[in-house]
Design a binder for this molecule. Structure first.
Ligand code: HEC
Length: 195
């Protein structure tokens, strides 16, 4: 649009919006539109927020500082640790001694394990579970591991898909009670002596 005497006010022909003077690129001219109200308010709010934030966190410091929050979280975690440790210890390190659970463990053993470990755990295809020797370790956690994950290449099945966690704990706890029971006709010891 030509700026001339007839058209002294720099306005866009179509919209009537004011044109910015001096912004003329090959006759493409920039409009001087007002920014939307919501945008301006958002902008003002961010500025206010920044000032308040700076004041609260860095000048008068009434809000908790990053370091305080970190220390608080760490203290809370430290307070929880012994409890978490105790829980892990109870479930993973110590066999269940509850009689009902051991009976359930025996039932699982009778159903799933006797084919290879024999009725009293004296061993057949699988090793003797009643002597003081073990291939994979003598601790309860070792039994849990072998029962859950198996030793497929040696013929010990992985039971974690067929038994629940509770059932694995029950049957593992039951196998621990077999140790030292001296049943008749035991299989020769395999693995390392238990300390
Ligand atoms: C198909 C035969 C088979 C079945 C069924 C079987 N096992 Fe085993 N099991 C084995 C063999 C073989 C080994 C020895 C693996 C090796 O040599 O590393 C073994 C090892 C173990 C061990 C580790 C012994 C050690 O000396 O470290 C435990 C504990 C055990 N089985 C428990 C069970 C329980 C509990 C079940 C039933 C839920 C079961 N097994 C069912 C064959 C079997």
């Amino acid at each position: 649009m030509e700026i001339n005497d007839k058209n002294p006010v720099e306005k866009d022909e179509l919209t009537g919006d004011k044109l910015l003077s001096g912004h003329d690129y090959d006759d493409i001219r920039e409009l001087d539109n007002n920014l939307p109200k919501w945008w301006i308010w958002l902008f003002i709010i961010t500025i206010i927020y920044a000032v308040v934030y700076l004041f609260v966190f860095d000048v008068i410091k009434i809000a908790p500082q990053q370091e305080d929050e970190y220390n608080k979280e760490m203290a809370a975690a430290a307070a929880l640790a012994p409890m978490a440790q105790a829980m892990v210890f109870d479930t993973l390190m110590a066999p269940i001694t509850d009689q009902a659970a051991l009976d359930a463990g025996k039932a699982i053993f009778d159903k799933n394990c006797v084919v290879c470990h024999k009725a009293q755990g004296q061993g057949l295809v699988g090793p003797n579970l009643t002597d003081a020797f073990s291939i994979h370790g003598c601790r309860y956690i070792d039994a849990l591991n072998v029962i859950a994950n198996g030793v497929p290449e040696k013929g010990m099945i992985s039971w974690k898909t067929q038994l629940t966690k509770d059932q694995i704990q029950q049957v593992a706890s039951y196998t621990m009670t077999l140790r030292g029971t001296n049943p008749p006709d035991p299989k020769a010891p395999q693995g390392d002596p238990c300390k």
